[in-house]
Design a protein around this ligand. Structure first.
Ligand code: MGD
Ligand code: MGD
Ligand code: MO
Length: 768
């Protein structure tokens, strides 16, 4: 008997990848009207002479591989290289008020931006403006501020090293460190947490290490959708017999079974490969408990081994030589009870012990993780417990082992490396002084949440965005929208129209830029830019498509235009010279950051080069000079969850979206088609609330009493394989439920994946 499910909800039983992925690409190409040049474009992705795929930050095997197939990479590329355009007549036709009613999907689907625009409040239209006039206008607004600290300079992680570096140069010369960036909403728990543990805020593994790993652990990331090229690595590891242990509240299809589209046999025979050898459906927010549980089990195994006359299972030589803090960690873990660990993680002691057994049996272990760990009020602690776990057996700083934070945007890691940070260190300030003859001020600037607060309070009056869609990506959209409407100046350097552009300030401009796939020609000829992937490999990227419009400028050229107009001749920076030939920008990057030595030479090697990650070589740039075991006291469970009606909400990406860019309404692997207005719930929780699969529900935020009116109405509850006590729905629609104040106090990362909520039948929420 076929069960009756809500509209658009099905079971998806096929493996991820396979023919469905190929069909999805064909559909994407057709929709963007680029069938003819589409294939040619895709073939250039991640090739030695091609461009870096803007889809994710997963590395490529030496960048020399034959065409690697990736459905979501194809979506990212075709979305950018679309034949659709927004031109002057488009903006003449539609007022900003009318565009506001469009969906996020429809706004971006209108096509590439083609000309600089200035908002006209009298007509409510964006109107064309000349580049030079735009630069002069921005300069006069910026120079009229009482202080440079009244301006915020946002960066989204697609910006190349060259544009990010020029941007920070401009902003530091202008006089502030207000650098909110997408990383603040993403892997900041990694960037802040790991330096305390191991002295560097980046992963320690290379792609080759995966070939030597004996076990891979995966916490809270969804590679089949968000870093699909990682699936080749996992596919290969599984076929080698490497156990892959997954901790994720949702059964993500690609982590269960995957058919590699580039594997002729799997495609011909419609077969597939098992990915996870064990799948632990940890409760949302339960990872800290699970991690402590694994460590607790390891200590038990260690004692057993020693009692049996063996040496134990810890790497005692590593612990003695390379670490501090072991005894305190052990005491904390031993004082945490199994009952507590089981109830918070939602996993049984046996399940946790089985994971620990895989861990201690493997010589080399890699732990990968994503937003499921970082976007929590205790995100930093999560990341640090992962480091502890690895350090117990010396799984850092040797072949086949290490920590692998899976980054988001394709150059979010590089942007940080070249200076996008609100907390400049002495090395950065010294480097800038040496390279440019002025010492920027070292005062801490604003991160993303602080920037929105400053704008809301009227303390910051200008916002420049190098890409992204800050207002929609940020928590509490309503508060953020309101804040942004108060600005005096808003400037968006973008490829496509989005909702942030429609939150108009007194003076609002949209400046269209080239994307990754576009040919970038300057005075000295075609230019390459560089990016850094999740594994600290830096390599060149060259676009080759004819730009969507004559008028478009590159990001570096736009930044230089604004900088020149704003700074005049200040500090004698040769903005025109830097733009004429980007290798001069790279020379300056090298002058500021010595790790980029021989930069222009080393990017000529196919595959580029790896930046020095000291912890990969067991050099620890921490205060103690050692790797630090760090204690997170207790399980840091949200006390609210003791309320009987509280559920913990996590907000996730569908298969058809790139952050705030919604390509389409399907989430194929989760069996959702044509809609996004759903809330995934455990059948037991549904029953307890007297609800059924398909009922309309309202969600209320329980963060504190002030937030009692924060609601999201009329979502459809969907019975789903998710632990009881946990619910999930889509980002960005559910961001209204995340108050701005709900974030990790150590790193500033919003707790997008741990919002205590109450769910009730639509219209039936009681107060209190
Ligand atoms: N196609 C595509 N590619 C992308 C992006 C995109 O939107 N689309 N975004 C890019 C960016 S910026 C980023 S940061 C990455 C994001 O990539 P991911 O880190 O994969 O991001 P999410 O989809 O937000 O969530 C990841 C997973 O965490 C699980 N999860 C949720 N809560 C918890 C929890 O409490 N504990 C555990 N263990 N797991 C949990 C979810 O079930 C989901 O499988 O991808 C990048 N690549
Ligand atoms: N609830 C919830 N909220 C989240 C998250 C979550 O998991 N849950 N994830 C967070 C994370 S990990 C991140 S990284 C942020 C993402 O936040 P952002 O990086 O700000 O958002 P995006 O949606 O990636 O930005 C899309 C826009 O970037 C512009 N763009 C695209 N390509 C280019 C380019 O090459 N150059 C320029 N200049 N512009 C370009 C286009 O105009 C497009 O509309 O969202 C965060 N918000
Ligand atoms: Mo991200």
């Amino acid at each position: 008997m076929k069960e009756k499910r809500p509209e658009g909800i099905e079971r998806y039983d096929r493996p991820a990848g396979g023919w469905d992925a190929l069909k999805a690409v064909a559909k994407t190409l057709a929709h963007q009207q680029i069938i003819a040049q589409g294939t040619r474009t895709l073939l250039k992705a991640n090739q030695p002479e091609g461009f870096d795929c803007p889809g994710c930050a997963w590395p490529d095997p030496k960048h020399t591989s034959s065409f690697e197939f990736c459905e979501n990479g194809a979506k990212a590329i075709t979305w950018e290289s679309t034949a659709k355009r927004t031109d002057a007549s488009f903006f003449e036709q539609h007022t900003v008020a009318a565009l506001w009613e469009w969906t996020d999907h429809k706004l971006e689907d209108a096509g590439r931006l083609t000309l600089p625009l200035l908002y006209n409040r009298d007509t409510d239209h964006y109107e064309p403006i000349a580049w030079e006039t735009a630069f002069e206008l921005i300069a006069s607004e910026l120079n009229n501020l009482d202080s440079p600290h009244q301006a915020e300079f946002y960066t989204s992680g697609r910006a190349s090293n060259e544009s990010a570096f020029l941007y920070q140069l401009f902003v530091r010369a202008f006089g502030t460190n207000n650098f909110p960036d997408c990383s603040n909403m993403c892997h900041e728990a990694t960037s802040v947490g790991l330096p305390m543990s191991i002295g560097v805020g980046k992963g320690t593994v290379t792609l080759e290490d995966f070939d030597h790993a004996d076990a891979i652990f995966s916490f809270g990331h969804n590679p089949g959708t968000n870093h699909p090229r990682m699936m080749s690595t996992l596919h290969e590891a599984s076929r080698r017999g490497v156990p892959i242990i997954v901790f994720n509240p949702l059964k993500e299809r690609a982590l269960e079974r995957f058919a590699a589209p580039q594997d002729p046999l799997e495609m011909a025979t419609m077969s597939s490969t098992r990915i996870a050898s064990a799948y632990h459906q940890v409760r949302v927010g339960g990872d800290l408990a699970a991690l402590k549980g694994i460590m607790k089990a390891i200590f038990v195994r260690d004692a057993e081994a020693i009692a049996g006359g063996g040496d134990g299972v810890l790497d005692r030589a590593f612990i003695a030589e390379h670490t501090v803090g072991f005894d305190a960690l052990r005491a904390d873990i031993e004082s945490t009870s199994w009952a507590n660990i089981e109830s918070v993680s939602g996993l049984t002691r046996q399940a946790i012990e089985s994971a620990a057994d895989v861990y201690v049996k493997a010589k080399n272990v890699i732990v990968c993780y994503g937003m499921g760990l970082t976007q929590h009020a205790h995100g930093t602690e999560n990341v640090q417990q992962v480091a502890n776990l690895l350090m117990l057996r010396g799984n850092i700083g040797r072949e086949g082992a290490g920590i692998a934070p899976i980054r988001g945007h394709s150059n979010v890691q590089g942007d940080r490396t070249v200076g996008i940070t609100e907390i400049p260190n002495e090395a950065l300030l010294d480097g800038m002084e040496k390279a440019f003859g002025f010492r920027p001020n070292g005062e801490k600037g604003h991160n993303a949440i602080e920037a929105v607060h400053a704008i809301a309070k009227g303390r910051s009056k200008a916002l420049i965005c190098l890409g992204g869609n800050l207002a929609v990506a940020m928590s509490d959209q309503l508060a953020t929208f309101q804040a942004m409407r108060k600005l005096d100046l808003a400037v968006h350097i973008s490829t496509k129209l989005n909702r942030s552009h429609l939150l108009t300030a007194r003076t609002s401009l949209i400046l269209p830029c080239l994307g990754r796939t576009d040919l970038d020609t300057q005075d000295s000829g075609p230019q390459a830019v560089t990016v850094e992937d999740s594994m600290s490999m830096v390599h060149a990227s060259r676009g080759f498509l004819k730009p969507p419009a004559e008028m478009l400028k590159s990001e570096p050229a736009i930044i230089a235009g604004i900088a020149k107009a704003t700074l005049g001749g200040r500090y004698s920076i040769d903005w025109d010279g830097l733009i004429a030939d980007y290798s001069r920008i790279r020379d300056k990057i090298e002058a500021v950051f010595p790790e980029f030595f021989d930069f222009n030479k080393r990017i000529r090697v196919p595959g580029g080069f790896r930046l020095d990650v000291a912890a990969s070589f067991r050099r620890w740039n921490t205060g103690t000079g050692k790797a630090n075991f760090l204690v997170a006291r207790g399980l840091l469970e949200d006390p609210l969850l003791t309320r009987p009606d509280a559920l913990l909400l996590t907000t996730i990406r569908s298969h058809d979206q790139y952050n705030t860019t919604v390509y389409g309404m399907d989430d194929r692997y989760r069996g959702v088609f044509g809609r996004r207005d759903v809330l995934f719930m455990n059948p037991v929780d549904l029953a307890a609330l007297k609800l059924s699969d398909g009922d309309l529900v309202d969600i209320r935020c329980l963060v504190d009493a002030e937030e009692r009116d924060r609601k999201m109405q009329r979502l459809t509850a969907v019975a789903y394989d998710i632990p009881s006590g946990s619910v999930a729905g889509y980002y960005p629609e559910l961001n209204t439920l995340v108050p701005l104040k709900h974030f990790d106090r150590t790193s500033g990362t919003p707790s997008y994946k741990g919002v205590p909520v109450a769910v009730a039948r639509a219209g039936e929420h009681k107060g209190g």
